[in-house]
Design a protein around this ligand. Structure first.
Ligand code: HEM
Length: 435
């Protein structure tokens, strides 16, 4: 439990209905609902305390600058003390029960603090360096061309999210991890299940109507991931290849092989974080072009010149990662607000990405927005490990796609995943004409 917040000024208390919206998976199924609540917070209580029944007291951080302040100081704002992913108290209790009393369910970077975090991040840091990732350009471009050809074969009408945005990032990240193409459907199902436990359409039969469906489905999916990766690890130990499973499975740290739970934590983080984020950005960015048709025309006039800017704007506007939590290791002040030790903090990345103090017309999709100081990749020591890969694969994809399209339009209402951690558009019916 967190320490008492009794002495907190009334001015810092967030109304329950606003905090409930920010925590509610359903609210992320509707862009207007969530951004209305986050905009209200930025204007009225940019850093305040929520005391929603059923949840621990949690401070909600909505300003771009405050998210950066908290994220860059892992000593004052650690990730490993409490679960850095939001659950209600019943969900957190389930995590402890199923993980020998620990507050987290897998041994991955997200749940660690330095020096442990630094040690394990360094294991793959050089692989994910921009220079090394750039060497993959040609391989990735071949995958992008194949995906664009597939989209064009739909002859003018398709579901951009299901038929396109979900599949290309899957192929890229699974190829780098070492998952063979025939196992991609399994991985697609698992990555969708992993984050989709609160969405009635994505729930497995055994968690339907369960009040802690998201925590239970996360746990069950993890066991499926582990079973899959155990076999792959054995194969790569016997016969290493040029992929990430081979790198991790055969590495030695402090003279010892990488422990089983850390290796598995890595694989799951790379597979899940590396797929759903990038596919949500692909669908979300394309929706930005549909909603702001002038931006599509602008992009079409200079696809290679604007692709890198488009990618940053897509990440800012779609912002697939909705939060991470941190806690306080001692009493600490941020932007004039004093929080006690052991307070929990909810970093709202979609809010930081639409902060009017940082962005003009923050709700508009502007393909050539510069500068673009979004926090969609987080910030500080935990900043997205795969950001160079994400940037490169998205840039290449849209460099290939945009010149092939003459016109695009919505052919039906888009549908978003109802999830408060990682979510995006899951259905985007479109009509298009080829260039
Ligand atoms: C557009 C795509 C992506 C977005 C928006 C995104 C966003 C994020 C965010 C917000 C964080 C947390 C940062 C923080 O706590 O400060 C993160 C961490 C992470 N991401 Fe990404 N990500 C993307 C793609 C990828 C890819 C392609 C990979 C790898 C294949 C990846 C692997 C990771 C890992 C391993 C972490 C944990 C890093 C740590 O805790 O040290 N991500 N990402």
């Amino acid at each position: 439990m967190t320490t008492s917040n009794a002495a907190i000024s009334e001015k810092l208390r967030i109304p329950d209905e606003i905090a409930q919206t920010v925590f509610s998976p359903k609210a992320y199924g509707d862009d207007d609902d969530i951004h209305t609540a986050l905009g209200w917070l930025r204007e009225n209580i940019p850093l305040g305390l929520s005391e929603v029944p059923g949840y621990d007291p949690i401070w909600i951080v909505t300003k771009n600058a405050d998210i950066r302040t908290v994220s860059k100081n892992a000593k004052l704002f650690p990730s490993s003390i409490f679960n850095p992913i939001l659950n209600d108290q019943a969900g957190d209790e389930f995590v402890r029960q199923t993980n020998d009393g620990k507050n987290h369910s897998l041994e991955s970077l997200t749940f660690m603090d330095p020096p442990e975090h630094t040690k394990w991040r360094n294991l793959t840091a050089s692989y994910f360096q921009p220079g090394n990732i750039a060497k993959l350009s040609e391989k990735i471009r071949v995958m992008a061309r194949e995906s664009v050809d597939r989209l064009l074969s739909f002859d003018g009408e398709c579901d951009f999210a299901k038929d396109f945005a979900l599949l290309y990032p899957l192929r890229v990240v699974m190829t780098l991890i070492g998952v063979p193409p025939e196992d991609e459907p399994t991985m697609l199902r698992l990555t969708q299940d992993f984050y989709g436990g609160a969405d009635p359409e994505e729930q497995r039969a055994e968690v339907i109507e369960d009040p802690i469906a998201a925590a239970k489905q996360w746990h069950a999916t993890l066991q499926d991931f582990y079973r899959y990766f155990d076999t792959l690890t054995e194969e790569r130990r016997r016969k290493p290849q040029d992929d990430l499973v081979s790198l991790i499975a055969n590495a030695t740290i402090d003279g010892k092989p990488v422990p089983y739970d850390i290796a598995n934590g890595y694989y799951v983080a790379l597979a899940a974080a590396g797929h759903d984020t990038t596919s949500s950005t692909t669908g979300g960015g394309f929706y930005g072009l549909l909603k702001f048709p002038g931006e599509f025309e602008k992009f079409k006039a200079d696809p290679s010149g604007l692709a890198a800017n488009f990618v940053e704007e897509a990440i800012r506007w779609a912002c697939p990662v909705k939060h991470f939590l941190r806690s306080t290791s001692e009493e600490v002040e941020v932007s004039g607000v004093t929080m006690p030790a052991n307070a929990r903090l909810f970093l709202s990345y979609p809010s930081g990405c639409r902060d009017e103090e940082v962005f003009d017309h923050p709700h508009d999709f502007i393909v050539d927005r510069r500068p673009n100081n979004h926090v969609g990749f987080g910030f500080g020591p935990h900043v997205c490990l795969g950001l160079s890969l994400a940037r490169l694969e998205l840039k290449i994809l849209f460099e290939e796609l945009i010149p092939c399209l003459k016109s695009i339009e919505l052919a039906g209402p888009p549908k978003r995943m109802e999830a408060n951690f990682l979510s995006g558009i899951k259905s985007l019916p479109i009509r298009f004409k080829k260039a």
